[in-house]
Design a protein around this ligand. Structure first.
Ligand SMILES: O=C(O)CCC(=O)C(=O)O
Length: 304
């Protein structure tokens, strides 16, 4: 039984995106959040033992505790994103049945969790956080891009769907996603190295952006934004006083080229080849161990 209605599928096909409020429950998201909280806790105690902070900030909520740590040391955000974070909770989340039922509606029953996966702590970039924090890449904008534009051309005929899943309510104030709908049936736009002040990966050449206004999609915790891999999207700096935590996870038919051939994605659901499904956490750890060496020097981007 498909998890999305024919109307939702038709919307995705026409618009190149679909916002699904209440797609997930707290019981789906809480373990991922708890795993991130324990990484932040370990970082706080390391910084305390190194004398870089004078208390552990344990009284601060999830959406704030990392801020003073990142103010003390920029590398406090290391270890939150994959592959720095290969925790059991995020591994289990890749197999979450409620999530996979939605994904299956879009990419079919042979589901591959693409290796292009991120857990993001988008830090506040307001004047309240003077110093290096407002200059950190993930506090700033994410430049306009199409996800296919940051994958290899082998994936050009594969439908790769991004599920953007905030762990806190996301709105324009804290930098929710902004998208250009109805572009996903057009050719891939040229991507270039971003201007110096943007940081980050490749961006759509500004001359190639659509001539109409993009739209911001607020997503509350529990909601999910599904994006076609040719839908241009970006996010503005976080102008709130709290962290905009989110995950962007990509999925495709496991039988098709995925655009990141040197990194270990996961076959997470299959009717055709159940023996290929990676269901043991240690298999993922081992795959990344080998990939860290085997992928050295491998090409990740299509643009020169
Ligand atoms: O979360 C963000 O701000 C950017 C996410 C993104 O660019 C993506 O999902 O491809």
């Amino acid at each position: 039984m498909p998890a999305l209605t024919p109307e939702q599928l038709a919307f995705f096909d026409t618009e190149g995106y679909l916002h699904i409020p209440n797609a997930l429950n707290d019981c789906d998201l809480d373990p991922v959040q708890a795993e991130l909280e324990s990484i932040v806790d370990r970082t706080a105690h390391r910084l305390l033992s190194e004398g870089k902070i004078d208390r552990d900030y344990a009284e601060l909520p999830f959406a704030q505790r990392l801020i003073p740590l990142a103010q003390a040391e920029a590398s406090a955000i290391d270890g939150l994103n994959i592959p720095g974070n290969l925790g059991e909770a995020i591994f289990d989340f890749f197999h979450n049945p409620r999530l996979l039922d939605l994904v299956e509606s879009l990419v079919g029953p042979e589901i591959y969790a693409n290796a292009c996966q991120h857990l993001r702590a988008k830090l506040p970039a307001t004047d309240n956080y003077a110093g290096h924090i407002s200059k950190m890449e993930w506090a700033r904008s994410t430049a306009w891009h199409q996800d296919l534009g940051v994958l290899l051309p082998e994936a050009d005929d594969t439908l790769i769907v991004t599920t953007w899943i905030p762990l806190v309510d996301a709105d324009e104030g804290n930098g929710t996603l902004i998208i250009y709908p109805r572009c996903h049936k057009q050719p891939l736009r040229k991507h270039i190295r971003p201007p110096d002040d943007m940081g980050g990966s490749f961006t759509v050449d500004p001359a190639e952006l659509p001539p109409w206004d993009p739209i911001a999609i607020p997503v509350r915790r529990g909601g999910l934004l599904a994006l076609h891999c040719r839908t241009p999207h970006s996010s503005q700096p976080n102008r709130s006083d709290a962290i905009r935590w989110s995950m962007d996870l990509r999925w495709n038919d496991a039988r098709k080229a995925n655009g990141r051939p040197h990194l270990p994605g996961l076959y997470v659901r299959s009717r055709e080849s159940p023996e290929l499904v990676v269901s043991e956490h240690r298999e993922w750890l081992t795959a990344w161990k080998f990939a860290r060496v085997a992928s050295r020097g491998a090409r990740s981007y299509r643009w020169d």
